[in-house]
Design a binder for this molecule. Sequence first.
Ligand SMILES: Cc1ncc(COP(=O)(O)O)c(C=O)c1O
Ligand SMILES: N[C@@H](CCOP(=O)(O)O)C(=O)O
Length: 511
Amino acid sequence: MSQKYRSSRSAEPQALSFEDVVMTGLANDGGLFLPSQVPQLPASFLQDWADLSFQELAFNVLRLYINAAEIPDQDLRDLISKSYSTFRSEEVTPLKKIDDKLYLLELFHGPTYAFKDVALQFVGNLFEYFLTRRNAKKVEGEARDVITVVGATSGDTGSAAIYGLRGKKDVSVFILYPTGRISPIQEEQMTTVEDANVHTLSVNGTFDDCQDIVKSIFGDREFNDKYHVGAVNSINWARILAQQTYYFYSYFQLQKKLNDTSAKVRFVVPSGNFGDILAGYYAYKMGLPVDKLIIATNENDILDRFMKTGRYEKKAEKDASAAVKATFSPAMDILISSNFERLLWYLIRDSVANGSDEVAGKTLNSWMQQLKETGSVVADPEVLAGARSIFDSERVDDAETVATIKEVYSAHPESYVLDPHSSVGVTTSYRFIKKDDKKDNIKYISLSTAHPAKFSEVVNKALDSIAGYSFEKDVLPAELKALSTKRKRINLIDEASIEKVKDAIKKELNF
Ligand SMILES: Cc1ncc(COP(=O)(O)O)c(C=O)c1O
Ligand SMILES: N[C@@H](CCOP(=O)(O)O)C(=O)O
């Protein structure tokens, strides 16, 4: 299949290559890149792929979106093999049974103990692969191709990007995070890395401020021409692409565990920027038999409000003054979910745009302008109906997040410890399980997006009162414990200002 890519906001028949899309990150018009086609798998894939390893499945999925002329088979296999050799689990993303209805997809066995590693180990190697190839073609004296990665994090993307890119030649990394709004271990993970190409900026603001600054930097043509800005956030298509593998893999793992192919499978995904669940949407569109994709939000519930009302708006009407709320699942403290734009494009294209890519781009562009100007956009009923045909949602508060951590620990034979984000997913799963018709054979795969050690305060709040529980003994891996003894480099930006961030980048790069 020959894949080309287009911007979600464009009415032009754009035709960018995978390499362009990965290295550019965000389209010039502010839109997100989309593949020209979503491949349709023949029914036989359910047998043919069932016994493949994670790496083999990754190859089959990625091959459908990356032309072999851009990355030949053996190179793609090598990139995949290198990317997942850093994981602590041979299965990469193992599936753990919680009870007869509920399974946890553990996505935190990579270097930084969060689901972001699955994509960012691969993205780091892709950047290196493309740059090495480009620079090998240079003649003596010609300037080398470089990339300046600028990313925003609410805690996990930053460390996963840093561990994916540290020490890579011709790559500089700048990660913006909101001061005081990430966990101490997340800050240690990012600020103790000593590689000279890694820089962190602690910005006095929220995650949305950091994300806005990053997007503005992408829109700054002059800065971009000079520094060649690249993206590690899930605006980068390669992030979404690499995350698709674990939807396929966990589906097949579940079939094997159940020894039954009749069960309906629902995925429950703790959501913030909508990148993780969007990968599931692609898997579903390709033909994976998914019964429902369930969005689990914390009290920053823009996605849950959209599903219930069709209004996509920053702030709830009843609480118009509210800003982002600092919750017990801080990585999901996000007002605007940037990847939701990609889903909206498909929903618009397949309803009000009558299948036209160009009309979808034009319509979405006007919606995004409206969202920027007024903070709100209302979807047509057909668009909402399209969303509801596969997605559902729930909102979980902090008290429930803590209660579920305690409940699962107490009920599970191995005293399983959830992190607060995964707990938002499990709380949502339990609500659905309660509502289910007992006749239906429905199984839930709830995505476990981070290791509990990264969020000690909340985990201890839930479990400290239980006799015999010890965070140090039961939860904290030695590798994360050791971080507290390392020297931290903290660079404070006292105001969420694009100019101050650009100045900090220029100063560090010194060219
Ligand atoms: C631990 C954790 N869980 C869930 C999420 C939400 O994922 P997404 O932003 O892709 O919706 C994040 C951040 O992205 C996270 O770091
Ligand atoms: N939760 C994220 C926020 C950034 O989201 P991304 O998936 O777009 O990179 C984080 O942990 O940084």
